[in-house]
Write a protein that binds this ligand. Structure first.
Ligand code: MG
Length: 301
């Protein structure tokens, strides 16, 4: 009985103490803070939107609630004023810049490498001038030859070259974004996690990576791929249907983005999910359906 009394007494005592504790009053009365909701920021590449000119395209995008425009890098320096004016007063931001440079970073030929450096730096400067989050690049497409061999030394060289480019991009107020592709297009860089590891080893805040749902057929898990990059490195996302690289919904049940969306939501990804895809049907019908599907799957994720 003594032991029981002790237990009862101590339990009552603990209850009384916890009732009296200001911390417990706080924890029981204070509302549980809600995690901020991650928005789904949808973006179109310039060729996706319907319209005869940029203004019409932007009007159309606004009507669908699309908040990002992704343009190509070629000739970007001549479009800085046009693009800045076009989005003025709109709920649309200029998003990542899609490549458009000459040469490639892993070129063996010094002239080809110089062409890359010069054209890439020109695009980076223009990207900074339009407030873009970064310029998308691939280290080397399979067909680009002669290319430095796929060795440890080449990876180190890539990190050193990317560091210089990344620091320049940072000065310009933007970044360079590594895009992993599927093995048929770019054996060198196929996985989002590998691109993120290159960002880490490059150690420049101006070097980021992205994921493209089409190329992410290489991944064993969309969720793990995005999580491996996290918000520290993930700067952009491309989307397409998952069977034939058409518009989301055009490949039916294959067009499931929930696993990847769950990662983007959980990590609080603030960048764009940008349409980079063809379209088999009537875009006026398919695009609104694609956006509806993405929003439904984002909710579900
Ligand atoms: Mg892509």
């Amino acid at each position: 009985m003594k032991r029981r009394n002790f237990i009862m007494g101590s339990a009552a005592g603990m209850a009384a103490a916890s009732l009296a504790s200001p911390m417990s009053i706080l924890s029981s009365c204070a509302p549980v803070p809600e995690k901020p909701k991650t928005p789904l920021n949808i973006c179109f590449q310039e060729g996706i939107a319907i319209g005869n000119n940029l203004q019409e395209k932007l009007d159309y995008m606004e009507s669908l609630g699309v908040t990002g425009l992704e343009v190509g890098g070629r000739g970007l320096k001549n479009r800085v004023d046009e693009l800045n004016k076009a989005v003025e007063g709109r709920n649309i931001k200029l998003s990542a810049i899609c490549a458009g440079f000459d040469g490639f970073i892993l070129a063996e030929d010094p002239e080809v490498k110089a062409a890359f450096d010069n054209s890439m730096r020109e695009i980076i400067a223009a990207a900074g001038a339009i407030g873009s989050p970064g310029v998308i690049m691939v280290p080397a497409f399979n067909g680009q030859k002669p290319c430095k061999p796929h060795t440890f030394e080449t990876r180190q060289y890539l990190c050193e070259e990317l560091f210089k480019l990344g620091e320049y991009a940072k000065e310009c107020g933007t970044t360079v974004i590594l895009e992993p592709l599927n093995r048929r297009e770019c054996f060198y860089l196929r996985l989002v996690g590998d691109a993120a590891a290159i960002c880490r080893d490059t150690n420049s805040e101006g070097v980021k990576c992205m994921g493209d749902f089409w190329h992410m057929q290489e991944e064993t898990s969309d969720y793990a791929a995005f999580m491996a990059a996290g918000t520290k490195y993930l700067q952009h996302v491309h989307i397409a249907s998952r069977g034939r690289r058409l518009t989301p919904t055009e490949d039916g049940e294959k067009d499931n983005y929930i696993d990847g969306f769950r990662a983007l939501k959980e990590m609080g990804y603030q960048g764009h999910v940008s349409f980079e895809c063809g379209c088999e049907g009537d875009r006026a019908v398919v695009l609104p359906k694609a956006i509806e599907l993405m929003r439904a799957q984002w909710e579900q994720a």
